[in-house]
Write a protein that binds this ligand. Structure first.
Ligand SMILES: *Cc1c(COP(=O)(O)O)cnc(C)c1O
Ligand code: SF4
Length: 337
């Protein structure tokens, strides 16, 4: 296996994802015996899906690699745990129109695709019925009407699924639609694709975003510094150079990044690429993700140390999403969560 990395068209990477646990373990030269049967069972509930470019960032032979743990199905996912449910955020109820999720006052989420480039095992959307809830082409008129009825919305967030799995042509169409409404000032894109397939930041996309009338914010999702290799950082920097605000959100995950030194390195590496840490999410209590959960006291200790170690602008806000709340809930001090 070679570590030389050739830039490769992102669409061809999307059509060549690893979906077989056996193949993933072979690529990493891991003996399949202990891990494979659990992975096969757990992948029946939520399939394995990971781009080869992301696997290349993992350490060969390390069954506890923090990137591998985020994507390899595990038998522990099959355990039932009290409080861990299929729709922890009550999103099914917040759904106003196909594709639209309006929970916070000034901004709403627009889901244009249910597809992701990677399946993160801890994802709160692992049970969400994506495919039934996507806007069709003429739903734009309903969405437009909804926006007009809610002049307090000035920011539209493309979320997912993952909006950067869409073609540039389709993104351009939706950006044009949003630009046609004067009330919309800000376009936010929440995507993990730039981390798992950095080539997605192609010239056409950069052109599209930098020429929009809208102020564009890209929020990527990396949980560990090892996800930010040289190519990924250089692609993110390209956007930063074009005045696009690039932020990162991470999820605090047992075995992956529950260590102050790992989080410090993550913030520092992001900053080198011109990206600022935005949110550090506490795990959503989704069924199948219990083994990533951390004790409140441990979270508190990690965060306290993070605050004491980094300048304020490199400390992400520690938050939890609570169903029915008007914003993400800031957490600090064990008593608050
Ligand atoms: C997280 C989220 C947002 C964005 O919240 P910010 O605090 O502005 O980042 C908007 N809508 C929904 C439904 C969300 O879950
Ligand atoms: S929505 Fe985000 S966190 Fe969830 S599986 Fe897709 S990329 Fe991963």
């Amino acid at each position: 296996m070679t570590y030389l990395y050739q830039e490769q068209n992102w669409q061809s990477q999307m059509s060549d994802l690893i979906t077989s646990p056996q193949e993933l373990l072979e690529q990493l030269q891991l003996s399949p015996t202990e891990l494979l049967s659990g992975a096969l069972l757990a992948s029946e509930q939520f399939k394995l899906r990971v781009p080869r470019a992301f696997v290349k960032k993992m350490e060969i032979g390390n069954a506890y690699d923090p990137l591998l743990l985020q994507v390899l199905p595990h038998h522990l996912e099959l355990e039932e745990h009290e409080g861990f449910v299929t729709d922890p955020l009550g999103e099914e109820q917040a759904n106003q129109l196909p594709g639209v999720l309006h929970k916070y006052k000034s901004r709403f989420l627009l889901t244009l695709t249910g597809a992701c480039a990677v399946h993160c095992r801890y994802c709160f959307r692992r049970h969400f019925p994506y495919q039934e809830n996507l806007p069709k082409n003429d739903d734009w008129l309903h969405i437009k009407h909804y926006l007009e009825q809610h002049p307090e919305i000035n920011e539209v967030i493309l979320s997912g699924g993952d909006p950067l799995t869409l073609s540039n042509r389709k993104l351009a169409l939706w950006i044009e639609r949003l630009e046609s409404l004067a009330q919309v000032k800000i376009l936010r894109i929440h995507s993990r694709v730039p981390i798992v397939i950095p080539e997605r930041i192609d010239e056409e996309l950069v052109y599209l975003l930098k020429n929009s009338r809208l102020r564009v914010i890209l929020v990527v999702h990396a949980n560990h510094a090892a996800e930010l290799d040289a190519l990924t950082c250089s692609k993110l920097s390209m956007l930063v150079k074009e005045q696009i605000l690039v932020l990162n959100q991470a999820v605090l995950l047992k075995g992956v990044n529950n260590s102050t030194s790992v989080l410090i390195e993550l913030s520092q590496r992001l900053f080198e690429a011109g990206v600022l840490p935005y949110y550090l999410h506490v795990l959503d209590k989704v069924k199948g993700a219990h083994h990533f959960d951390l004790h409140t006291n441990e979270i508190d200790d990690i965060y306290r140390e993070l605050l004491a170690s980094l300048p304020g602008y490199l400390v992400p806000k520690l938050v939890r999403e609570i169903a029915g709340e008007k914003n993400k809930t800031p957490l600090f001090g064990a008593s608050s969560f």
